[in-house]
Design a protein around this ligand. Structure first.
Ligand code: NAD
Length: 414
């Protein structure tokens, strides 16, 4: 149940009283993904069986006040703050989503964890390996729940692919191709934002590739080495915006420009224990608004999953009607609402009802709430990714960058 009332229900000191009162939620960053988090906390208690604690939508924090007010108003949060530090001292805030530029993650997460808050931080963990290492250490020592938001494992098709691989239906992956194409930077008049600043590897590879790598390891196991690292920056200068930006949106531009220092496109090869893979990320791929796609070739068949149709998989199986038969081929399977990452989560729990990226945020939020309240393991969805997984993800990104610096050499991943 979501509460939006405003009276102060802060308990005195007793732990039992704290356990009874509503869980207070706040979101730092009211931009593109911040709005998705704000919406998700609102709906998280409405998926699956009734949630055992009341959830109170307390605050949206953003330096852009009108944006914070707009998101708070739309999703029913009680107040807005312009300085996220206020949330550290707020007794009515227990859970905080950190949804700001990657380089701000460390300072905010560390302060929140220090204040005893449960933290769900957006991907990638940070903009530097050094900060990511420190954040993983902070999470290991934390007494609160500290997780990173790799949303894609909750897409039905991706989870089903993994199941077909691990239960032996398709068998082990032999080779895998993954690409995450997006078109948000195709327009040279898209404004300069935090996304275009940083070292090579912190552009499309960190923004899109962080999701791709986490999903690739879900399918084919740990990446042991990368090679052939290459980056391209195609639109080298961008105009500064004249007002606050949200996500990839366009705003009025200044005449002043700034140099884009990171990758519009990245490519690399990856070696797994038993498989090899080729990967690409692009933010300048025309006609692909949000195009994460995998094709896996396995010992007994092959399969394709595409974010454009996240509740669908295309499967080829050798046994379907004979290996060489004209009767065999890829078949498209429309998935139902039953799999470990979303089972029992849909109001209309029927095959073919569709699934979107926003749903992933809701299921992610619900899994987080259940971890906070320590639901019995057999009744919960799989937990969200740990900061150690976020660090590993950053280590692979850094290995690709190192391979590029070494003109494509093989670089091992620890
Ligand atoms: N999981 C996903 O699918 C997904 C999608 C998009 C973005 N993200 C991640 O979410 C994060 C934010 O990305 P975005 O696209 O929403 O960015 P954005 O630029 O749209 O929004 C960032 C917001 O942070 C605010 N902000 C800046 N400094 C602040 C401060 N000191 N205190 C409070 N607010 C501050 C800005 O005003 C802005 O509203 C990034 O880490 C990104 O990688 C994840």
């Amino acid at each position: 149940m979501v509460e939006t009332h405003t009276e102060n229900t802060t308990p005195a000191t007793a732990d039992s009283a704290a356990a009874e009162r509503p869980l207070g939620v706040a979101v730092i960053g009211a931009g593109m993904a911040g709005a998705a988090h704000a919406a998700a906390w609102r709906s998280a208690t409405t998926v699956k069986a009734p949630f055992g604690r009341d959830v109170r939508l307390v605050a949206i924090a953003d330096i852009a006040e009108p944006l914070a007010q707009s998101v708070a108003g739309r999703y029913g949060y009680e107040r807005t703050v312009s300085d996220w530090r206020e949330l550290c001292d707020a007794d009515d805030v227990d859970i905080v989503s950190v949804v700001v530029a990657n380089k701000l993650h460390r300072e905010i997460v560390e302060a929140l964890v220090q204040a005893g808050k449960h933290v769900l931080c957006e991907k990638p963990l940070s903009d530097s390996l050094e900060d990511a290492r420190a954040m993983a250490q902070t999470a290991r020592a934390a007494e609160s729940v500290v997780r990173i938001g790799f949303t894609f494992r909750r897409a039905p098709g991706l989870a089903t692919l993994r199941q077909l691989i691990t239960d032996g239906t398709l068998g082990e992956v032999v080779h895998i191709n993954g690409r995450y194409y997006a078109d948000y930077s195709c327009d040279p008049d898209a404004p300069m934002t935090w996304r275009y600043r940083g070292e090579q590897g912190s552009g499309s590879l960190a923004d899109l590739g962080s999701h791709m790598l986490y999903a690739a390891e879900f399918l084919a196991g740990p990446i042991r080495a990368v090679a052939g690292g290459r980056f391209r920056t195609v639109i080298a200068e961008r105009h500064l915006p004249l007002r606050a930006t949200v996500g990839h949106g366009k705003v009025a531009l200044s005449d002043e420009t700034e140099t884009v220092t990171n990758d519009d496109w990245a490519g690399f090869i990856a070696e797994f224990d038993d498989a090899s893979g080729t990967f690409e990320t692009s933010r300048i791929a025309h006609g692909h608004p949000n195009g994460l796609r995998f094709e896996v070739n396995c010992v007994k068949g092959a399969a394709v999953w595409d974010q454009a149709t996240p509740d669908e998989v295309r499967i080829y199986h050798d046994d379907a009607s004979g290996r060489a038969s004209w009767g065999n081929g890829f078949r498209t399977i429309k998935l139902g609402a039953e799999h470990p990452y979303v089972a029992d989560g849909f109001a209309m729990a029927a095959p073919g009802i569709g699934f979107g990226h926003n749903d992933s945020f809701v299921f992610q939020a619900r899994a987080f709430l259940e971890e906070v309240t320590q639901e019995a393991e057999d009744t919960t969805w799989p937990v969200n990714a740990s900061f150690d997984e976020g660090l590993r993800n950053m280590e692979i990104i850094e290995a690709v960058a190192e391979s590029a610096r070494q003109n494509g050499s093989l670089v091992t991943v620890s």
